[in-house]
Design a protein around this ligand. Sequence first.
Ligand code: ADQ
Length: 497
Amino acid sequence: MHENTPSISTSVITSEQAGRLVIVSNREPYTIQTHGNEIRIERMPGGLVSALDPVLRRRHGLWICWEDASKKSVELEDVASDEDSIDWDKIQLPYQIQPVPLTQQEINHYYYGYANTRLWPLFHYFISHCNFFDEQDWPSYVTANQKFADAVVTHTTSEDWIWIQDYHLLLVPELVRQQRPQHKISLFLHIPFPALEVFKILPKRDVILRGMLGSDLIGFHIPDYGHYFLEAVERLLPDTEVRIDRQNQRIVYQGRVIQVGAFPISVDAQKIAALVSTPRLQKQAKRLRDNYPSKYIGVRVDRLDYTKGILENLEALKLFFQKYPEYIQKFSFIQIACPTRTAVPAYQRMREEVEQAVGRINGLFSRDNWVPIHYFYRRFSLEDVLTYLMIADVAMITPLRDGMNLVAKEYCAAKVDLSGILMLSEFTGAAYELKEAFMINPFYIEEMADSLHRALNLPAEVRQQKMQALRRTVCNHDIHHWVQSFVDAFQNAVNHR
Ligand code: ADQ
């Protein structure tokens, strides 16, 4: 381990209660790719799968997730194979995965429709991006949630611990509870829960709340989201139905007690620290740094989503070069953007706008062999993402709204040498914990430009102190701590019901 790596939480699940852990999520933990007769199993990237993987292996768990029929047929077509030629029995997964088959129609209306053009924008305060007009979206959301709930009922027993993930499946807790009143059910929301004035815009808001209240435990990233949820339940459901105990963050509903709690998700800090310390990544980072002639490098890594504030950040960079022209040829910014939800028109427009903005800035400020913005629109491996984070003097993580934001934590985890400054939007869940970051209001473009200037001029000693404190937080509260604290709270909630 690198000498600057603070003590890292090595907690394990100690609660050896009976029953399997059952994860229910929209996305699958593994993808099965077929190349001719060869079958390749790949673990999906991201902290959630890598954190839950060992727990599910040990407890012989089960993961219930969607089966995107369209995707499978595309893959099979791509390799000019057909399903009959694959020996599915040969596929060995580390634990049981139960796919829930969804039709293309359901995917269009449940996933791209209700989940991603209604719940996602509204919960991120993007009211103008909400499409409230497609009448098929809501019935498809209910049907898809019912399919997931039926899969839970079919494939689990009342001994099992059901942990439902995210905004795609908000009705599943209640739909399972109706069929299995004694089941142990929890829900974690990965996106913000909005303030009452915004949440109450949602048609069917009461159905969504009752859906969530089917749980024994409801987890959010930060306490604010939990408070907003309690307030929504208190104000939008009849007081004959619910009783709120704010002090203990509990709701009494239909004779059951529902616990609400904050569980800030994190990254596998130990794994990241180990990776960036390998000679291979050190060499790769040095080679990469040599490609950029600038004295300073800035970076950000996002899914290309309108919530992430990429356009506002580009505006701030333009203003930065206008106000501080001495940084022309001295500071380069690397924007890594991952394609996402490309079937949704708002995402297609956003891609065009970002590419035009990058073109405009580069047209204005480029010199000979130097460009201010380096823009990549593709998925990178974790190692490659880390290499970019390693070489960056500053990370600008400035979403307009973000449930948590894992890139901010990945940046701190990767900075084992304590170099680097984190500029962080105050509208991220991460801002709740990463208090030593340079806090940014991403709607205030001029302040962002000035803050970047200040960040680049920060004395090395202050920079290191800040990064040390940030790393301590990320390493002590890593992804394993997140799983452990959620599972412990789940057990407590069930014990007290
Ligand atoms: P996301 O909105 O996807 O997650 P984030 O938390 O930043 O946002 O996670 C993105 C992940 O994808 C990071 O691990 C990042 O490194 C990776 N990534 C981004 N662009 C990439 C690229 N081009 N190539 C490869 N990897 C890339 C949702 C919520 C967040 C919440 C998480 C977890 O919106 O608020 O933090 O879930 O709960």
